[in-house]
Design a protein around this ligand. Structure first.
Ligand code: ZN
Length: 441
């Protein structure tokens, strides 16, 4: 997170700024909440989730104005007043840019969160009676100035006092709301029959034009089963989504690059289930967790959304592990294990297992190829493996045996941070290639 240092403006400057902008626009007194894109290329989608089609892409560093937030997705305004959604874990929330704040008091001990959802990261807590500066309120959530940034508290946890106060302003931030100049590559659809262009979404809406079969349209927005579209001649209206093709829809149901992907990492064993043993009686469960965390950090650094089936030394049964991948609509599930041979020091090397050749093989190949490039152990290749966590998995899934724990040479690598980091960067490399190739659905 990068936040500019907030500096308190002299009161006179705040008044001057207020007089200056009030003539131009009144919206500046409401919060102008902006975010900065930190993925290399960020998909802008028609709705808040990976299941929605991509309407365009924006570059790293682009600033976007947030309209609202929902389930870890930000609704943003783009050029031409287009509205789209971006994954909130791929953007940095910028400083608040309001000039006045209402004062409120916390009714009880209250969590202060990064975004307006109950699963958002807790930035801190405030005690009952603590005064807060309110920037913006939307329904159940209130945006407050907190620790030099803008954060959210539950509206029910605060009482507004009715007083206002000048809010500290970052010096670099202009108080005028600049028009967004973000441009996005538009999504096109083609009519599959002679189609009515209507004034609004719905079969009862007046028809504004008849479109011939094969007409290409630019999608401006989507509401339930209707696309708001623009014709080549610039006429806008609505068409039923079932009357047009949606090229690329299949590929856009899932992440199209690593930075937008949700990856479930599954450290094998845990708690009472210690897994296999090294010749020195060290537990497999210890190193599966260490390696998964190294991989997870490397993926998060690329902007991926990482979910662990366990992040501590706890017992997790087999069945709930793939269920987490289903629930999260994960783009990939990677289980980490270490092999063990019947007798110590008789087998060595790493193997990448897949179960379903249609669903998992491309992922297994991509990861195994990345592993083969630099790891100091023998590559035993990718193979079919009948393991429950990949067999009962609805998402692309692999199980990686990253060395033999009861082989002393392998174990020296398994426990080394160097090896764990190499594996982590290989997973990044492998997944990047996997998504780039577009070979998963
Ligand atoms: Zn294992």
């Amino acid at each position: 997170m990068q936040f500019k240092q907030l500096k308190r403006w002299p009161l006179i400057a705040v008044f001057a700024a207020l007089i200056g902008v009030s003539a131009a626009t009144t919206t500046v007194l409401a919060a102008s909440n902006t975010i900065t894109v930190r993925a290399n290329l960020l998909n802008v989608r028609l709705g808040p989730g990976l299941a929605y089609s991509v309407m365009g892409q924006v570059q790293n560093g682009t600033k976007l104005t947030v309209i609202k937030q929902q389930n870890s997705w930000d609704q943003v305004r783009l050029a031409g007043n287009k509205i789209g959604w971006v994954a909130s874990w791929l953007v940095d929330q910028n400083e608040a840019t309001t000039t006045t704040a209402k004062l409120a008091t916390a009714k009880r001990t209250t969590n202060v969160r990064q975004y307006a959802t109950t699963d958002a990261k807790i930035l801190g807590t405030v005690n009952a009676g603590r005064q807060l500066k309110v920037i913006y309120q939307e329904g159940h959530w209130t945006q407050v100035a907190y620790d030099n940034t803008a954060a959210w508290v539950a509206t029910s946890n605060i009482t507004l006092s009715g007083n206002t106060v000048a809010l500290a302003q970052p010096k670099q931030v202009s108080t005028t709301v600049k028009p967004q100049t973000t441009t996005v590559a538009a999504v096109k659809v083609t009519t599959t029959a002679s189609v009515n262009l209507r004034q609004a979404g719905g079969l009862n809406a007046p028809i504004v034009a008849k479109l011939a079969k094969g007409t290409t349209l630019t999608v401006l927005d989507q509401s339930s089963d209707w696309y708001k579209v623009q014709t080549a001649a610039g006429k806008t209206g609505y068409v039923a989504s079932w009357t047009v093709t949606t090229p690329g829809t299949k590929a856009t149901k899932a992440a199209t690059n690593l930075s937008e992907a949700t990856i479930v990492l599954d450290p094998g064993h845990g708690g009472a289930d210690s897994g296999a043993l090294s010749t020195t009686n060290k537990y497999e469960k210890t190193y599966t967790l260490e390696m998964a965390k190294a991989i997870g950090s490397a993926l998060q650094a690329q902007g991926a959304n990482v979910i662990y089936t366990r992040s501590t030394d706890t017992f997790v049964d087999l069945a709930p592990r793939p269920a987490m991948a289903t629930k999260a609509h994960a783009d990939a599930f990677i289980s980490i294990h270490f092999d063990s041979s019947a007798n110590a020091n008789e087998a060595s090397g790493f193997t990448t297992y897949y179960y379903n050749s249609k669903k998992d093989l491309a992922l297994a190949k991509a990861l195994n190829q990345a592993f083969s490039s630099n790891l100091p152990l023998t590559n035993r290749g990718y193979q079919y493996g009948n393991f429950e966590v990949i067999r009962n998995n609805s998402q692309p899934a692999v199980l990686c045996e990253m060395g033999y724990i009861n082989d002393d040479k392998d174990f020296a690598q398994i426990k080394s941070q160097n090896y764990q980091q190499q594996v982590a960067s290989d997973v990044v490399q492998g997944l990047t290639a996997y998504f780039k190739a577009g070979n998963h659905q």
